[in-house]
Design a protein around this ligand. Sequence first.
Ligand code: NAP
Length: 536
Amino acid sequence: MPVDAKPETLDVVVVGAGFSGLYLLHWLRKDGFAVHVIEAGDDVGGTWYWNRYPGARCDIMSLDYSMSFDPQLQQEWHWPERYSAQPDILVYARHIAERFDLRRDISFGVKVTAATFDEGSDRWTVEGDDGRRWNARHVIMATGCLSVPRIPDVPGLEDFRGDWYHTGDWPHEGVDFTGKKVAVIGTGSSGIQSIPVIAQQAAELTVFQRTPNFSVPAWNGPMDPAFEAEHKAHYDELREVTRWSAGGYLVEDNNDPARHLPREEIEAELERRWQQGGFSLLGAYGDIMTDLEINAIVVDFVHGKIREKVKDPAVAELLCPKDHPFGTKRLCVDTGYYETYNRDNVSLVDIRKAPIETITPTGIRTAQAEHDFDVIVFATGFDAMTGAILNVDFKGRQGASLREKWAHGPRSYLGLMVSGFPNLFTVTGPQSPSVLANVITAIEQHVEWICDCINHMRDRQLSHIEARKDAEDKWVDHVIALGDATLYPQANSWYMGANIPGKPRVFMPYVGGCGTYRKVCDQVAAENYRGFELAS
Ligand code: NAP
């Protein structure tokens, strides 16, 4: 379509067809809005469309890590495993698209490049990289928090003669590692999930680790039919519990401090929770994330587990995280990660000691040695939380640029809207619980709040909603103060923007918990959208 052709006129443009975008489309269309979703990929699924690396699976029990909005869907859907693998989650996303007939309102294979607000009409013009344009009252960014993969700036990659991949942009046809010499760079969740699976196939696997991470076992397995039946018999009540919980998932949370308990008692509780697996360990005591001495007990406990599992003591020491408190980087959940280092075909390189200097045509050269590889896997993470939003060149009121506004870190009111950018919503945006929660719970809460708000505006014939600057400033200060009261800022994590050289170092998620946050959002709406300007 020529660029000067008239843009399509809509009520709402949604960017992204992951779970957020699908649910937004379903809800808004049902309410009679003209809505269109623009998706960069060729299919629905978002994170689960792109992250197809071997071993990719959810870290929260599937009965919990799933949409709750349709009682019939949640009763009918069967998850084959406790923590479902990426292909099963993608099948689920596709099923939602079919079941609710969503595809006809989605444009696939189009990237949104720019969006400009017109104050005269209170409408956005959205531009796609295929030259198409859409004119809409509202724009909703449903682009996910971990959707812009990041390849580090290592020289020489263009000359590498083998194959290379990023876990977050994995080839759809899969990768056969049989007989290959493989390098994995990065030991975050994606590395920790993929390394055990790649090790089983590759001839040799070398892991390049800069910072070791804490990982707890998933104890994944096939879905137990009795457990599934029992869960489904109480699904609605259980969903309600998750909605008002801190993490947005079912876990045995204990808010009591461990400070005055005997160490043996604390360790026994940690052991019990280790046997439960997943994020249970984080919820053992209320002061794990605020009291460095209590946190150190958990650190020692996990170090003990690593030393038990890894036979070579030198390798075990390298795998023990010592530079950040437990839980201050996203906790990893694994299946056989540490045990993988007992295999004869797996070796670990400490690139903190001997940094990668260059990628050569045949492999990787560190400060200490040269290694030859057929394949390099980058498990090096994402431009988290702000990357996908800032990939769009937003121009708000008076031509203000969002990239300029966020140059020193993201600023939003409730992680939902940004002052100066009316009628623009962000699902699971920075300064909301998003990445610290079961993201599906966080998505549903945001989508429902946003849709209620858009309905509220239509009912009152309002054309403009904007976060007030004072409300935004207060919220950002509150989010930072909550973060500062915890140990989170002590880690160089992507929560802090620390994984990207030059990115502002600001703690981005709201750490006050899903339930508390939900209450705040509900109160704001009930008080006629306190902190927002609404106008016709
Ligand atoms: P990540 O946690 O950011 O880990 C990236 C890894 O790459 C880190 O070990 C990092 O080391 C390393 N790295 C980055 N730049 C490097 C460089 N220049 N040289 C050497 N090493 C470098 O990324 P991720 O593993 O993709 O996970 C991101 C997030 O996605 C997770 O925290 C989680 O929230 C989500 N995720 C979830 C699941 C799930 O739920 N199942 C699965 C995968 C991912 P440093 O630590 O030293 O920076």
